[in-house]
Design a protein around this ligand. Sequence first.
Ligand code: DAH
Length: 332
Amino acid sequence: MSFFDDIQNLIAQARQELQAARDPQALETWRIRYLGLKGAVKSAMQKLKDVPKADKPAAGKAANELKQILQQAFDSALAAFASVARPRVLAGVDVTLPGSRPRIGHAHVLSQTIDQICEIFGRMGFTVAYGPEVEDERHNFEALNIPAHHPARDVLDNFYIDERTMLRSQTSTVQIRVMESQQPPVRIIAPGRVYRPDTVDATHSFMFHQVEGLYVDEGVSMADLKTALDQFCKAYFGPDVRTRFRPSFFPFTEPSAEVDIEFHYDDGRKAWIELGGCGMVDPNVLEAVGYDSERYTGYAFGLGIERMVMRKHAIPDIRLLFESDVRFLHQF
Ligand code: DAH
């Protein structure tokens, strides 16, 4: 093979190897092999002296071109590496900073709270029941001992759909539905939406959530009720929270009470906050679903969920809970 063929082969081989170089280390190895002090270019130069005299000028030129070609190939490979391997600042973006995480959706704070409530009462042996939001007057009123012409049934205070159908105004409806479908013992909670035509402001909404509780068995007492609600409040708000029961009136319970918690503000202030109503199930209600009110007693309660959430998370306006502003929701 002639000197010229050797040079052509060398170029081809060097290019191939350069393409295969995947990291700076391999690039450096290549450089030493071809362009280094004892490299292939150097030894081609040394072989020039064996070339016949007539071919010497052309051979010298070819050897110089070899050196140039390989040097250029190396330089551009190096430049390509530099731009790929270390793109530290690209158009004002520092790619070495931690990336921004994509926002992943999560349960609404009200749903989280409902799950938590179900979990706490679940530990006390309550199962979860649900009822329809479109109800009839029997379940919303009559069976709950709220007779016709009672002020609570006023058309202006309820969302009637027709004469006998309405959006439920309280989750107490589920008490009736559960008792109609099973015999004692009954121990359920029923979280869900309720509807009342209230004017919307910071503390009122035409739709909000309640959690109803019902426990009917032989020998259930008011002491059981107080214990269950006290335990629930401590589990949800914290072990230091105190509860208070104030005498009250509801058609479906006798005696009835309102339950308050003593809330501790960050600045040290304390205040009693009403959470909802409760009491011993009125015998008329037990009889309305065919239970023997001589044999069974029960307690019931209905708590406002927004109230709990707003108190616990210091949310000042109920509308924040329903406006779906992710800047607000993302905090929970
Ligand atoms: N249903 C009542 C309301 O919406 C709350 C309530 C009071 C529920 C006493 C009960 C109860 O189960 O025993 O105002």
